[in-house]
Design a protein. Structure first.
Length: 209
């Protein structure tokens, strides 16, 4: 089963993709994580990504297409996959179709903008081991310190309130139209529910396909 998870930054796509991945035994492909890995590796492509991420702007389609296309050729995608964070623009969606990638179902997780800003501005990560936390929803045992290695936690540049608002503006302008592109395959899920309730709703949608 080939799935796409849509939703604004911070809507919970990554959390749900990980859960559905484990249940359905198909890989969850986070373009955000692919980009962060490229940036951390310091490759020429990673440096290009970094300049866009720090400004809260979308990475150009041609760079994203190259990144995702390579990932979908790997063996673990043979029986299906979940795309988390791709496609983000109509040209990216059209790329999937032109590449003969069949999408079985699209899950659109919807959360109000105000909730998104609150969620994302509270996110923290460990620069050393990449563990993630939240000042409200997933607090570390010692405030400001990673539970795993004790490193001082940091706020990603793309999680600052100003950057989040810019990302939401771009999302509404460029990514929301993707939902219309997949209107015959899309199912809308209320992302303000508990994590467990959202997972149950998604599984209910998939079980009827």
């Amino acid at each position: 089963m080939n799935l796409i998870f849509l939703g604004a930054p911070g809507a919970g796509k990554g959390t749900q993709a990980a859960k559905i991945s484990e249940i359905c035994n198909i890989p969850a492909i986070s373009t955000g994580q692919l980009i962060r890995t490229a940036v951390a590796n310091g490759s020429p492509l990673g440096k290009e990504f970094q300049s866009y991420v720090e400004k809260g702007k979308l990475v150009p389609d041609e760079l994203m297409v190259a990144l995702v296309q390579e990932r979908l050729t790997q063996k673990d995608c043979e029986n299906g996959f979940i795309l988390d964070g791709f496609p983000r623009t109509l040209p990216q969606a059209q790329f999937l179709e032109s590449a003969h990638v069949i999408i079985d179902r699209v899950i659109n997780i919807v959360v109000p903008d105000a909730d998104i800003v609150r969620r994302m501005s509270g996110r923290r990560f460990c620069p050393h081991c990449q563990a993630t936390y939240h000042t409200v929803y997933q607090k570390p045992q010692v405030e400001g310190k990673c539970d795993l290695c004790g490193t001082e936690l940091a706020l990603r540049a793309d999680d600052s309130p100003e950057t989040v608002l810019e990302r939401l503006k771009i999302y509404h302008a460029q990514t929301e139209p993707v939902a219309g592109y997949y209107r015959e395959k899309i199912a809308t899920v209320d992302g303000t529910q508990s994590v467990e309730a959202i997972t149950e709703e998604i599984l209910n949608v998939l079980s009827h396909d």
